[in-house]
Every structure is written in C-alpha cells, then in structure tokens.
Design a protein around this ligand. Structure first.
Ligand SMILES: C[S@@+](CC[C@H](N)C(=O)[O-])C[C@H]1O[C@@H](n2cnc3c(N)ncnc32)[C@H](O)[C@@H]1O
Length: 355
C-alpha cells in the first residue's frame, strides 16, 4: 500500500513537472512572438501529432522505469522526489528575464558572446560558444544557476530520470569488481556540470569514491554546493577537459558522461572516448548518455532537426549521425550495447578484462 502510494505520488509529481514545462514553453513562445519574434530561420517545423504522442509515451515509460529501478533497490525512492525547489523559487524569475537577451542574441546570430569579466582564456575554441544560446555559455555563475532549471523545462521534467538511467548499468557493471571493498570502488563523471549525476551515483553507491571533471569553474562551484549537502565522502571535483583527464591509466572502475557528446566536434568525441578508455580499469565500464540519434527512430527526424534550429548546438547535426559504437570499439572498448530511454540514448561499453 505504501509503495502504491509512493508510486502514485511520484507519477503525480512528474505529471506536474511535465505540465509546468509545457505551459512554460507555450507561454514564453507566444509572449516572445509578441515582444521580439524569432528570426524566420529560427522557426521550427511543426511536428506531427504522432511524434508528440510518441514523446509523451516515452516520458511515461521512463517515469515507470525510474520507479521500477528505485523499487528494485538500485537507488532509494527518495531520489525520485529530489527537486531543486530553492533554486526554482530563487532563479525562475531570472530565467524569464534572460529569455529576452537570449532571443536578441539568437536573432543576431551572436553565438560567441560573453559578458565583460567572463574569463575565456585557455579554453578550447569549440567550447567558447553560447550553447543553447545560454548567456555566457558555460562560463558564468548566472549560467550555472539557470542551467538545471532550463534543462528540466526543456525535457518536460524528465531530465533527472534520463540521468538516473546510467545507474542500473553502472551498478550492474561494477559487480565485475565484487572482491573490491565498496570504499575502494572509484567512479568518474566526465563533464559533470552542476553535479546532478554524481549526486545520484552517490545515492546508488553510498561508499564509492566519486570524482567529477568539467571545464567550467562556475558549474563546478555549483556542483560543489549540491554535493556538499549530501552525507558520505565528498566527491572530488577537478577543472579539466575530457580530452586530457588528469588521472592515472586504469584508475576508475566506472566512468560516466551525461549530455556531453552532442556538444563536441567529431574528432573531440574520439579523443574523449580514448581518454575514458585510458583511465578505465580492465573490466571496468564507460557509460555515455546523450540525445537519441537519427538511426534510432527515423520517424523522429523532424524533432531532431528542430533542435539545432531552436537552440545553438553547432555539433548536434554531426552527433545524430555519428557511430559511437564504432568510436568506442576503435578506442578498444568491447561488448558495447545501447539503450534508449525517453529522448536519450545510452552506450554501455566494457574495457576488455585482459587489456
Ligand atoms: C550539456 S552540459 C551537461 C552537464 C551535466 N553532465 C548534466 O547532466 O547536466 C555539458 C557540460 O560539459 C562541459 N564540457 C563541455 N566540453 C567539455 C570538455 N571537453 N571537457 C570537460 N567538460 C566539458 C560543460 O562545461 C558543461 O558543464
């Protein structure tokens, strides 16, 4: 009975988030049309009702899977109700104010625009972008404060459920290291951003030693806040790029990366995969979570094409046709399998035991 009640509460909670995301997007689109309409080339193509229905079904399915994984003990059910309420009430008004700036920059095709005082020195040039037209790209406190809200609204409340889909394969893959004491299990999250995936990994693996890298100091500061709230050893955060991971060879039992690969140029994707291979222990696994690709659901092609029309995502078109299985195998990974949940795709790759 308690379980049924918890499940119903979770479904209602997610439905609320989903309606809120839809309402926010509809209202903001209509208001912006009046105040400052999008340039004609930024108007997305209308989507068939079948496409929209399919997305709705996938959202219901991922919520069910999220519940099932919690019920089977992959992580505590309390995780399902985590929501950054404080951030929501503090930063939601700023999100509205930011939308006008975003629209202005987008219409003027300003894709590398940073506020005075934002230090852009030393970053790879492909990174110095206003990804999703984000104010200051990933390089300011303001961007880090708004990011989680923006992403959750974009995915109608399903962003965290997508992040949590790395947990079951991660836990399953780590059974390879049953003889290793839980405290000595090491997991790295590459491009950890504001640390949400690490927070969920902490809940699934309370004793493991957790590490996160990201290029953005502002996002790492935000991650540090989020991760400091939870009990257990504090995950270690390092400012570093996925192309040059500052850890020893064969160091981690598991490596994850969520929503990074669509923001990398093709050759950098290969470099990051090669680095993840290097730092993964033989027998360990590497899990990528990112957008679905063209090959997965050809009927979704119009939705995938709309994404870089609405948002500045310079590498997305090449990402949706990139064969990451081939890239993972080229780096040395084997037994690569893929899964799809909601609008995301997962590559679960193992480093050969004898490597
Ligand atoms: C779309 S966000 C995803 C963040 C987080 N994983 C999540 O689930 O929300 C992309 C993140 O990748 C980081 N990033 C982009 N290129 C990177 C690179 N080459 N090395 C490390 N981090 C990178 C950005 O700073 C940003 O935090």
């Amino acid at each position: 009975m308690t379980d049924l009640l918890t499940k119903l509460t979770y479904q209602a909670f997610q439905q609320g988030k989903s309606y809120f995301g839809l309402a926010h997007k509809t209202l903001s689109t209509e208001l912006l049309k009046l105040v400052n309409p999008p340039a004609p080339e930024r108007v997305p193509q209308p989507l068939d009702i079948q496409v929209l229905n399919q997305v709705r079904i996938w959202l219901d399915e991922i919520i069910e899977t999220d519940w099932q994984d919690a019920e089977q003990g992959v992580y505590p059910a309390s995780l399902l109700f985590e929501n950054p309420w404080e951030d929501f009430f503090r930063h939601y008004p700023a999100l509205w104010l930011d939308m006008v700036d975003i629209q202005n920059r987008a219409n003027r095709k300003q894709y590398q625009s940073f506020s005075p005082g934002v230090d852009t020195d030393g970053y790879p040039s492909y990174y110095l972008q206003n990804f999703h037209h984000q104010t200051d790209g990933y390089l300011s406190e303001k961007s880090a404060e708004l990011y989680d809200l923006q992403v959750d609204i974009l995915f109608n409340g399903g962003a965290d459920a997508m992040r949590r889909r790395v947990l079951a394969p991660l836990k399953q893959g780590l059974t390879e290291f049953q003889s290793v004491p839980p405290k000595q299990i090491r997991v790295l999250d590459v491009a950890t951003g504001t640390g949400r995936t690490l927070r969920y990994i902490r809940a699934a693996l309370p004793q493991a030693s957790l590490h996160g890298i990201d290029l953005s100091p502002a996002y790492l500061r935000k991650a540090n806040q989020l991760l400091s709230e939870i009990p257990g050893e504090l995950p270690q955060l390092v400012q570093a790029s996925g192309e040059a991971i500052p850890y020893l060879d064969n160091y981690f039992h598991g490596v994850t990366s969520v929503f990074l690969f669509h923001e990398l140029p093709p050759q950098v994707r290969q470099q990051v995969i090669a680095e993840c291979f290097r730092v993964t222990k033989p027998g360990g696994l590497f899990i990528i979570c990112d957008s679905i690709q063209a090959i997965d659901f050809p009927e979704m092609q119009p939705m995938l094409e709309n994404f870089p029309v609405t948002f500045h995502e310079p590498y997305y078109r090449s990402y949706i046709t990139d064969d990451l299985v081939q890239r993972l195998e080229q780096a040395g990974f084997e037994t690569v399998r893929t899964e799809n949940h909601f609008v995301s795709k997962y590559w679960i790759a193992q480093k050969p035991i004898e490597s």
